[in-house]
Ligand binder design. Structure first.
Ligand SMILES: Nc1ncnc2c1ncn2[C@@H]1O[C@H](COP(=O)(O)OP(=O)(O)OP(=O)(O)O)[C@@H](O)[C@H]1O
Ligand SMILES: [Mg+2]
Length: 360
C-alpha cells in the first residue's frame, strides 16, 4: 500500500537543494529524456543572454503518439520556469481550420468591418502576459499544428524566421523572448503500426519494440512532416523531438504523480477537514488497466482517476462518512469492476484551535 503524499524536495545533508530546471522538468515529464535534453540547452542559452538575435529563442516540433506527453512538456516547462503550468500562450490549432479563423490571430486591418472589436490573439500583451517575475521567457504553444489551415504555416514562417509578426493594425509583435512549440500527431498512426504490427487496443510496453525503435520513429515522423509542410518551414525548426510510447514503469510513475495531485487537492481544498488516501496495489492495477492504452497513452488516466476514485471520495465526503484525519484506503473490488473505499483506522482526534491556546 502506498500513500500518495507529495513528492518531497531533494535534500543534500541538511540543506534543501533547489532543483535544476532539468530536474524539475524531468520530474514532471516522465520517460521522455530526449525532450528534456533537446529543450533545456535552448533555455540555458536564453538565460545566458546568448540566444541569436531576430528569431525566437527556440523552435520545436514535438511529434509522436497521443498521450505521451507532448502538450504536457510545455506545461511542465512553464511550471519549472514560471511556477505555474498556466504560463503558456496556447493556440489550439483545431480552432483555426478555416482561413478566416486564422485572421483572428492577427486581427483585422484598420478600416475593416469589426476592426475595433477584434483583438488579435497573438498580441504583444498576450505574449508578455505569460512571463513571470522569475523569467522573461514566454512559452508559445501551437497545439496540434496539422489541424490548422495552410495560412497558419505561412503566418508562422515569419515568426520562426524573423521572430516577429505584423498584426492587422500594423503593430509588430516580437517573439525574440519566446520559445515556440508546435505539437503534432503527424506519422503517429504509422509509428504505432511499426511498434505493434497488430496495433489494437492492447496495452503496449516499450520493451516490446525493436532496439532501433527510436531512429525508426524519428524517420517516420520526419517523413510525415516533410509530406505536410514546405521545406522552408521544416528548415526553420531548431529541433524535432519524437516522443516514445510510454512503458509500464513510466505509466506507473505517471499514476504516482497524478495520485499525489489528488492528495494535494484534498489537502488544499479541505484543510482541517482533510484526510489521507492510500491506494492499494490492486487499485493501482485497476486504474492503470482502465486509464492506459496503446491508442491514447496516459491521456485517459486523469479521467479514470476522477471517475473511479475522486467521485466516490466526494460522495463519501458529502454524506459525512469520512472523518477529518481519517485514512481512506482504495482497493479493487473482488470482481475488479469497481474500487471500494474504507477507513482503515480510527482518525486521531484533532485538537481544536481553542484547546491549543489553552495548552500553551
Ligand atoms: N510523459 C508524461 N509524463 C507525465 N504525464 C504524462 C506524460 N504523458 C502523458 N501524461 C499525462 O497524460 C495527459 C495527456 O498527455 P498530453 O496532453 O501531454 O498528451 P499528448 O502527447 O499531447 O497527446 P495528444 O497528441 O493526444 O495531444 C497529461 O495531462 C498527463 O497527465
Ligand atoms: Mg497534445
Amino acid at each position: 500500500m502506498r500513500s500518495i503524499n507529495n513528492i518531497t524536495p531533494r535534500r543534500r545533508g541538511n540543506d534543501e537543494v533547489p532543483e535544476s530546471l532539468q530536474e524539475a522538468l524531468g520530474a514532471r515529464l516522465v520517460g521522455q529524456p530526449a525532450a528534456v535534453s533537446s529543450i533545456i540547452p535552448y533555455v540555458q542559452m536564453y538565460q545566458a543572454g546568448l540566444s541569436p538575435d531576430s528569431r525566437p529563442a527556440g523552435v520545436f516540433l514535438l511529434l509522436g503518439p497521443s498521450g505521451t506527453g507532448k502538450t504536457r512538456t510545455v506545461e511542465s516547462l512553464a511550471a519549472a520556469l514560471h511556477g505555474s503550468e498556466k504560463h503558456v500562450l496556447k493556440v489550439d490549432c483545431g480552432e483555426f481550420q478555416m482561413e478566416h479563423e486564422v485572421a483572428k490571430l492577427i486581427g483585422a486591418p484598420p478600416g475593416y468591418l469589426g476592426h475595433r472589436e477584434t483583438h488579435p490573439l497573438l498580441s504583444q500583451a498576450r505574449v508578455n502576459s505569460v512571463t513571470s517575475e522569475r523569467s522573461s521567457l514566454s512559452l508559445v504553444l501551437f497545439d496540434e499544428i496539422e489541424k490548422a489551415a495552410p495560412s497558419m504555416t505561412r503566418l508562422l514562417l515569419g515568426v520562426l524566421d524573423k521572430g516577429s509578426l505584423r498584426l492587422g493594425d500594423n503593430n509588430t509583435v516580437s517573439f525574440e523572448r519566446s520559445m515556440i512549440f508546435m505539437t503534432s500527431n503527424l506519422g503517429a498512426r504509422e509509428m504505432m503500426r511499426a511498434l505493434v504490427p497488430d496495433f489494437g487496443f492492447q496495452q503496449m510496453t516499450r520493451e516490446q519494440a525493436a532496439p532501433d525503435v527510436e531512429t525508426q520513429l524519428e524517420k517516420i515522423g520526419m517523413n510525415a512532416v516533410r509530406r505536410k509542410f514546405a521545406p522552408e518551414f521544416v528548415n526553420r525548426i531548431d529541433s524535432v523531438v519524437t516522443y516514445q510510447p510510454l512503458g509500464a514503469g513510466a505509466m506507473s510513475t505517471i499514476l504516482d504523480l497524478q495520485l499525489a495531485e489528488v492528495q494535494n487537492h484534498i489537502d488544499n481544498r479541505l484543510g482541517l477537514r482533510g484526510f489521507q488516501v492510500k491506494v492499494a496495489d490492486s487499485a493501482r492495477d485497476f486504474l492503470l488497466k482502465r486509464g492506459v492504452s496503446a491508442q491514447f497513452g496516459a491521456r485517459e488516466l486523469k479521467r479514470t482517476i476522477h471517475r473511479h476514485l475522486m467521485q466516490p471520495i466526494a460522495s463519501l465526503v458529502s454524506s459525512g462518512e469520512v472523518e477529518p484525519g481519517a485514512v481512506l484506503c482504495a482497493e479493487s473490488s473482488a470482481d475488479a469492476e469497481t474500487l471500494t473505499l474504507r477507513s482503515v483506522n480510527e482518525p486521531p482526534r484533532r485538537r481544536r484551535i481553542s484547546d491549543l491556546r489553552l495548552a500553551s
